[in-house]
Design a protein around this ligand. Structure first.
Ligand SMILES: [Zn+2]
Ligand SMILES: [Zn+2]
Length: 175
């Protein structure tokens, strides 16, 4: 999805608003399970194109304790900008990205909305999510999902390092 900024670039001081409601099937690094909704306001402040707004989406994740499939809701503020280079002899400008992040977002007169959504959602994606606060996870010994069934494994298995020590002590004392 691309937004053409030519008209806005010729109108310093003006702004445009966009409602977002679109599927983004190819965002690398993020697996969406819902369309992305939200609003974007794009403003020409003469020296910059400034974007703010908000996006909401559900993403696919795995519970970090029990590994079940789950969804996380994200609701994130959008912030981005790009310097405008005024072309000689006129007001019309073109965008002049200053770094790689801006260069991925902006063509000379265009905004790449997919990349904007990706750059917004990716840092907001939790590294560790749990399906519920009291998720009991998986038994480290038998692999049973403890939310679904109980197992007979001892809850606090003896520390294997202590077991080695105990064996050594036993050998010494029988000498
Ligand atoms: Zn879980
Ligand atoms: Zn077990």
């Amino acid at each position: 999805m691309v937004i053409d900024l030519r008209e806005l670039l010729e109108a310093p001081g003006e702004q445009r608003s966009y409602d977002l409601d679109a599927a983004f099937p190819d965002l690398s690094g993020i697996e969406l399970v819902s369309p992305v909704k939200g609003t974007l306001t794009i403003r020409n402040s003469r020296h910059h194109i400034v974007i703010d707004g908000r996006v909401r989406a559900a993403i696919h994740q795995e519970c970090s304790r029990c590994l079940c499939e789950m969804e996380s809701e994200l609701d994130v503020a959008v912030e981005a900008f790009c310097p405008v280079e005024i072309t000689r002899g006129g007001v019309a400008g073109r965008l002049a990205p200053e770094d790689d992040e801006q260069a991925a977002l902006f063509g000379p007169t265009r905004l790449f909305v997919d990349e904007l959504v990706r750059q917004t959602l990716l840092p907001a994606t939790p590294m560790k999510s749990v399906c519920r606060d009291d998720c009991r996870g998986i038994c480290a010994q038998c692999g049973v999902n403890l939310n679904e069934e109980n197992c007979r494994c001892p809850r606090h298995p003896a520390d294997p390092r202590l077991a080695v020590l105990r064996d050594m002590m036993a050998k010494i004392s029988t000498r």
